[in-house]
Design a protein around this ligand. Structure first.
Ligand SMILES: NC(=O)c1ccc[n+]([C@@H]2O[C@H](COP(=O)([O-])OP(=O)(O)OC[C@H]3O[C@@H](n4cnc5c(N)ncnc54)[C@H](O)[C@@H]3O)[C@@H](O)[C@H]2O)c1
Ligand SMILES: [Zn+2]
Ligand SMILES: [Zn+2]
Length: 381
């Protein structure tokens, strides 16, 4: 054995890795604006410090995924879509001590940082620096993907910040549990957190998709005396009744403001929730509220939309015009509550699951959503 030359450094001996190597998984990607989504092979890196990889079990198709594909949210294509998901922790990075492999989690697109100006003022539900995974997931050629709402869960596995993975009771079906990760929480919280719906209130909900129906369910649970569901689609109104609507109004060929007033003793509703995201429905919401009433906008508009309102009504009616981002929720506080209500049979999460589909059927699910045939199509993996 020669001794000349620089001493050979012995190969580092490593403990067996507890986390797998970067993994290749199937995922739904929107590559270009308004083009159909496609299934791509995506690289999910090992979880770094403060990150976890989650094996996705189910992920709902939300209107916001379609907004991404339409280029209405950002132009940072390509997007890895999907964000209403439940799954099982697959690997944890350094410094993650409150989650372990095998934990059942719902993914959240809000993980308060604790240090931004809003968190410091005790309002973490507005956190301006919510945590996401630091490393990007990538296409085969290394192109980084923008994960929808910092999640990207139309995929066998996804990488998120540990704070985005919220442990919940594993007895909940993944198809139902995942829905609280976005649409159900957004609608539920819009009513009870943002709108402050309580016992004896009158409520009108404009737009009875997954988000609107969750607002209806929350209002009913909170003890609202009247819950008016408004939609242009008769099927949606029928479903809204199942979630607790006491009255329904078909907005086609009907003056919505008049109808809401009629059903509230001529006054308008205490809380009106706009869950469509359009100027005409916002205006209806604005005019259908009682004096000192609250309008909650949870529907997401596109950048070119504008709305014109009579200023005297802005002043004269008082009350509040609010928007609701994610139902002003705190996922670690609110997700386990919604899962408990579900397991007790008091919140019908299964009622939101219109169909379960395979990963390659997301594009068709967008079309069914646009035709109003479903509340939620849920990808099951
Ligand atoms: N603010 C948030 O944090 C948040 C979170 C999730 C989703 N959203 C948004 O909420 C909105 C609703 O989401 P969704 O998943 O329930 O969508 P959806 O497409 O399932 O539901 C929209 C509903 O509005 C109805 N509608 C359409 N035009 C109408 C009109 N003129 N009057 C009354 N109803 C009408 C449709 O028939 C449908 O039932 C979307 O804009 C979505 O992007 C917001
Ligand atoms: Zn913060
Ligand atoms: Zn969503």
């Amino acid at each position: 054995m020669g001794t000349a030359g620089p001493p050979l450094r012995s190969a580092p001996t490593r403990a067996p890795r507890e986390v797998p190597l970067a993994q290749q998984v199937r995922a739904v990607v929107a590559k270009a604006v308004k083009e159909p989504v496609s299934i791509e092979t995506v690289t999910v890196p090992d979880p770094g410090p403060g990150e976890v990889v989650v094996a996705v079990r189910a992920c709902g198709v939300c209107h916001t995924d379609l907004h991404y594909r339409e280029g209405a949210i950002s132009d940072r294509f390509p997007f890895l879509l999907g964000h209403e998901a439940a799954g099982v922790v697959d690997a944890v990075g350094e410094g993650v001590d409150d989650l372990g492999v095998g934990d059942f989690v719902v993914l959240a697109w809000r993980a308060p940082c604790g240090t931004c100006r809003s968190c410091r003022r005790g309002r973490p539900w507005y956190c301006f620096d919510s945590a996401n995974a630091r490393q990007p997931m990538t296409l085969g050629d290394g192109t980084p993907l923008s994960a929808a709402l910092g999640i990207g869960a139309f995929a066998d596995k996804t990488l998120v910040a540990a704070g985005q993975a919220v442990k919940v009771d594993p007895r909940a079906r993944p198809e139902a549990a995942g829905l609280i990760g976005c649409g159900v929480m957004a609608g539920f919280g819009a009513a009870v957190n943002t709108g402050g719906v309580g016992w004896g209130d009158t409520v009108a909900v404009l737009g009875c998709g997954g988000v609107g129906d969750a607002a209806i369910a929350a209002s009913a649970l909170a003890g609202a005396r009247t819950v008016i569901a408004v939609d242009v689609d008769e099927r949606k109104l029928e479903w809204a009744r199942r979630f607790g609507a006491t009255h329904t109004v078909n907005a086609t060929g009907r003056d919505v403001v008049e109808a809401v007033r009629e059903l509230t003793g001529g006054h308008g509703a205490d809380v009106v929730i706009e869950a469509v995201g359009r100027p005409d429905t916002y205006r209806q919401a604005f005019l259908a509220r009682d004096h000192a009433g609250v309008v909650v906008q949870v529907g997401v508009p596109t950048p070119e939309m504008t709305v014109e309102l009579p200023m005297i009504e802005l002043f004269g009616r008082g009350g509040a015009l609010k928007s609701s981002w994610y139902g002003d929720c705190l996922p670690t506080r609110d997700f386990p509550v919604l899962i408990d209500l579900y397991l007790q049979g008091r919140l019908d999460l299964d009622g939101f699951v219109s169909e379960t589909i395979a990963l390659d059927a997301v594009e068709e699910a967008f079309a069914r959503m646009q035709r109003g045939e479903v509340l939620r199509s849920v990808v099951v993996l």
